[in-house]
Design a protein around this ligand. Structure first.
Ligand code: PMP
Length: 301
């Protein structure tokens, strides 16, 4: 059974709100038509425990703004206000020795088919163990990622997660930890809540957003790390069969971090992941503040 956390507070209507009072009306378009967009943001304690940093906060804010713009959601919160709101909640809920995951959601709390829309920025925050992801067994779902003219993957809207949810249910029944969804052309798009990276002949390959995946902030960080480490990095379409013959595979995302794939559809991958290990070690050194890179920003709380 999943243990759902019930933090003491959420942030809504511009203020800290006790968890049990953080409610949205049944008439809200956010519920009736699933109109909301969101970001997941990670908070990492520095290696010496001196400060908790939010990773790539501005990049998340900017993608949130892009999502609101696409769905005609009025959203006037500035970056400074957004940062201050996150900080207010995190300061209340952070505990030593546990990292954090923030969900910042813009809900359409009022409106009718895009008219008279009113939004609210709601933030929830959950504690997380400070550990790297375990290797995973992954399947390929019978459900497809919708195309750009249906539910655009570039936008991080709650409605996009219907197929991810079905894919997870499907995968759980088959004993898989997560599932990869293909696009309408039968090529790899993304996993249920993360992007796909593979290594072939020492090169890191990932999908462009045009294959039906989110413009991932974690993948952008991996691109920077590859540059630092002198590892070739490319974005191009990947057939399902090419993925099954990859040398190394991992899933990449804010919450997933860099999760190594051990088996793909019950086919074991090679036991060692030399390229991904180098990237992953560098990633952890940066998010824990042991190394810095001007292109990867950490915002202290
Ligand atoms: N795809 C989906 C469907 C996701 O939910 C996520 C997580 N936000 C990602 C990819 C990875 O994106 P990011 O690295 O920006 O978290």
């Amino acid at each position: 059974m999943v243990q759902l956390q019930r933090p003491a507070y959420a942030y809504m209507n511009g203020q800290l709100t006790p968890w049990d009072d953080a409610k949205i009306h049944v008439g809200a378009e956010a519920l009736i038509r699933g109109v909301s967009v969101f970001e997941g943001i990670k908070g990492y304690w520095k290696h010496d425990g001196s400060v908790l940093n939010l990773l790539a906060l501005r990049a998340h804010y900017e993608r949130l703004v892009r999502s609101t713009r696409f769905l005609y959601l009025p959203f006037t919160v500035t970056y400074e206000e957004f940062e201050a709101s996150c900080r207010t909640l995190v300061r209340e809920l952070m505990v030593p020795d546990r990292d954090l995951w923030l969900r910042t959601t813009v809900f359409a709390v009022e409106g009718y088919w895009g008219e008279q829309t009113v939004t609210d920025l709601v933030i929830t925050c959950y504690n997380q163990d400070k550990k790297r992801p375990e290797p995973m067994d992954i399947g390929i779902s019978t459900w497809q990622r919708a195309g750009d003219v249906a539910l655009p993957a570039r936008i991080k809207s709650a409605a996009n997660y219907q197929m991810s949810r079905l894919a997870r249910i499907e995968g759980r029944r088959q004993g898989y930890d997560d599932m990869i969804l293909l696009n309408a052309f039968g090529r790899v798009s993304e996993a249920t809540g993360s992007c796909v990276l593979m290594v072939r002949n020492g090169r890191v390959v990932t999908l462009p957003a045009t294959e039906g995946c989110l413009e991932s902030i974690t993948v952008n960080i991996v691109e920077i790390l590859c540059l630092r480490l002198g590892i070739a990095f490319e974005r191009r379409p990947v057939d399902r069969t090419e993925l099954t013959v990859a040398d190394e595979i991992c899933l990449a995302g804010t919450l997933m971090e860099l999760g190594r794939v051990r088996n793909l559809e019950s086919r074991p991958l090679p036991a060692t992941t030399p390229v991904l290990d180098r990237i992953s070690d560098e990633f952890w050194r940066i998010v824990r503040g042991e190394l810095s890179d001007p292109a990867v920003t950490l915002t202290p709380v």
